[in-house]
Write a protein that binds this ligand. Structure first.
Ligand SMILES: Nc1ncnc2c1ncn2[C@@H]1O[C@H](COP(=O)(O)OP(=O)(O)OP(=O)(O)O)[C@@H](O)[C@H]1O
Length: 222
């Protein structure tokens, strides 16, 4: 059997709250193979972003394993997890986290450069496909929210990640642009053999991915 790209095993995560510990994830297990696309749905506050953060090694579970390409990244220290993230993962979060002092072109190239994988032709192709070709010399503050979101997507993809983690990646785009950006994401997953775990509130968008799981009361259902 091939090693899964991402294997979440019995993940538990609790946050402190005024009314005592809040068990956000209460035994979550799911597997993603390379080349697969998985939609994660669930009500607001159900723990979708928490699960995405754990999958990307931005946080650690209280218990359970986050196994990326055979390695339990929950066991790694912060520096080692940051390295795995830089080299293997593309993050597209709701806060775009663009660097204000860098141009669009430099923002797009940033992670790929840090990973030693910058490919100018690929970066330019991504920018063009995301409709950013005329904006490369601008700075993030000179962009609309939807344009910033597309820069964040280009940056995440430019390093050719094995795993793409996306939190409402088309949330700031109108329906038509969102649909074409999702098409691009799916095309790139198909072209590069990456895996995609995508949070969405939209059943219509979730329907376009290969598999769907729903998070409710700390557990995953189909
Ligand atoms: N750092 C934190 N400290 C305490 N509680 C937190 C923390 N992060 C998240 N929570 C709580 O955990 C629960 C799950 O949050 P999370 O952001 O994962 O949900 P979500 O499903 O992504 O929500 P949304 O769809 O609204 O983005 C919420 O009740 C939230 O208030």
């Amino acid at each position: 059997m091939t090693t899964p790209l991402l294997d979440l095993r019995d993940i538990r995560k609790t946050y402190p709250s005024e009314s005592g510990p809040l068990a956000v994830l209460d035994g979550v297990s799911v597997t993603l193979q390379a080349g697969e696309t998985l939609a994660l749905t669930g009500e607001s506050g159900s723990g979708k972003s928490t699960l995405l953060h754990l999958s990307g090694g931005l946080d650690r579970p209280d218990s359970g394993e986050v196994v990326l390409e055979g390695q339990d990244i929950g066991q790694l220290d912060d520096a080692a997890r940051a390295r795995v993230r830089r080299m293997r993962i593309g993050l597209i979060f709701q806060q775009f986290n663009l660097v204000p002092s860098l141009s669009v072109a430099a923002n797009i190239a940033l992670q790929a450069r840090l990973a030693g994988k910058h490919d100018p032709a690929f970066a330019a192709d991504l920018a063009a496909r995301l409709g950013l070709g005329d904006l490369l010399a601008r700075y993030p503050e000179q962009l609309s929210g939807g344009q910033q979101q597309r820069v964040a997507i280009a940056r995440a993809l430019a390093s050719r990640p094995a795993l793409i983690l996306a939190d409402e990646p088309t949330g700031n785009l109108d329906e038509e642009t969102g649909d074409s950006v999702l098409t691009l994401l799916l095309d790139l997953v198909a072209e590069t053999g990456a895996g995609l775990l995508m949070v969405t509130h939209s059943p219509r968008l979730a329907e376009r991915l290969g598999r769907r799981v729903h998070l409710s009361r700390g557990r995953l259902g189909g």
